[in-house]
Design a protein around this ligand. Structure first.
Ligand SMILES: Nc1nc2c(ncn2[C@@H]2O[C@H](COP(=O)(O)OP(=O)(O)OP(=O)(O)O)[C@@H](O)[C@H]2O)c(=O)[nH]1
Ligand SMILES: [Mg+2]
Length: 346
């Protein structure tokens, strides 16, 4: 493992790609590397980008990559692609969007298929991002699809969470209500060249309270209910709203400056430790939720659950008793799995 880590640190892209494949597998070597990565992460900021399919996440990342490269930054990207199978270089949607940067030695793009990412984010996503840190990239950009719980997942591991919205996705208010705003540090209304964008900007602005207008022309506000995982004693910053056109690049530079400004304010050693801590918390939360859900589903599918369900139907037991019995079964399974997993390596 030491040789692999050294090679990655020296900038060997093949070793980096190999390690990304390794962390996606089970086994002792993968486990050792993952444990090591978990302990060393936090060096550089991660920016998360989420929003409905087709809203322009990859196009925005592509535009940001140009701006960041002009500033001499080396950037790693992990993109969760909703359609394509995992592959090292085939025609993946997100990669196509960022193709002009794929040959740039200062950029490393890793696409992951959704099936690797229960709920849009996955262990693979986290470990790939950590590997990009190890390889010395100055920032890691993560793209996920904004459906359901994974929005909260990305918010809990990214240092800055950018939520993209766009006109033409049905009822604007639906999007606002869907809880997307609550996880955002920055809300971006993309496709401002299209009809309906102004109305959407206005709607989002109203949902962010109290609205004020900055001299630079973008709105500044605070999300009504912030679901972001703030560390204790960390003040919740105001959610910013930007209107952009990712395709033409209009407004992207202002957004990039804001993102860099946020990073600049969080560059000390304490913040690095805070980042590591928050990522691990996010990892635990996500993993615990998924594993509990899966274990419960298995319990429910077992023949013994049929009788339990019938008892509840007849009114012989309470719902609480059923939940407790299923929960106990799920817990026993989780404990058995943990006992079979090799101990953490030091
Ligand atoms: N009109 C207009 N179209 C845009 C803009 N930005 C992106 N698009 C287009 O929107 C489509 C989807 O863009 P993507 O960047 O692939 O969107 P995405 O959110 O990454 O999509 P998924 O990864 O599939 O969820 C493409 O055809 C883009 O060219 C914009 O500012 N204006
Ligand atoms: Mg995309």
């Amino acid at each position: 493992m030491d040789a692999l880590v050294d090679k990655i640190r020296q900038g060997d892209r093949r070793s980096l790609a190999r390690a990304m494949t390794l962390v996606d597998r089970a086994g002792r070597d993968a486990q050792r590397l993952k444990d090591w990565l978990r302990r060393s992460s936090g060096q550089v900021p991660w920016w998360g980008f989420t929003g409905p399919p087709g809203v322009g996440k990859s196009t925005l990342i592509d535009a940001l990559l140009s701006g960041l490269r002009q500033r001499g930054q080396r950037i790693g990207v992990v993109a969760v692609d909703p359609t394509s199978p995992m592959s090292d270089g085939a025609l993946l949607g997100d990669r196509v969007r960022m193709m002009r940067h794929a040959v740039d030695p200062g950029v490393f793009i890793r696409s992951l298929a959704t099936h690797h990412c229960e709920g849009g984010l996955s262990d693979a996503t986290l470990h790939c991002a950590r590997l990009l840190e190890l390889a010395g990239y100055d920032r890691v950009l993560i793209e996920t699809v904004g459906v359901g719980q994974n929005e909260a997942d990305i918010a809990s591991v990214a240092d800055t969470c950018v939520v993209l919205l766009g006109p033409g996705y049905g009822d604007d208010i639906q999007l606002i209500k869907a809880g997307l705003l609550e996880i955002a540090d920055i809300v971006v209304v993309n496709k401002c060249d299209l009809p309906g964008a102004k109305r959407l900007l206005k709607g989002v602005c109203q949902a962010l309270e109290p609205p004020t207008f900055t001299p630079s022309g973008h709105h500044r506000g605070r999300a009504v209910a912030l679901g972001r995982n703030q560390l204790p004693d960390t003040p919740t910053p105001a959610t910013e709203l930007f209107g952009i056109e990712a395709k033409s690049g209009k407004g992207v530079d202002r957004l990039l400056n804001k993102l860099l400004e946020i990073d600049h304010a969080a560059r000390g050693p304490e913040q690095r430790q805070g980042r590591r801590h928050r990522r691990i918390l996010g990892e635990i939360r996500r993993s615990a939720r998924l594993r509990c859900e899966q274990a419960l589903e298995r319990e429910l599918a077992a023949p013994s659950a049929q009788e339990l369900v019938a008892e509840l139907e007849r009114g012989d037991v309470s719902l609480e008793a059923v939940v407790a019995r299923l929960g106990a079964g799920a817990l026993a399974e989780l404990q058995k799995n943990a006992a079979e997993t090799p101990k953490q390596s030091r």
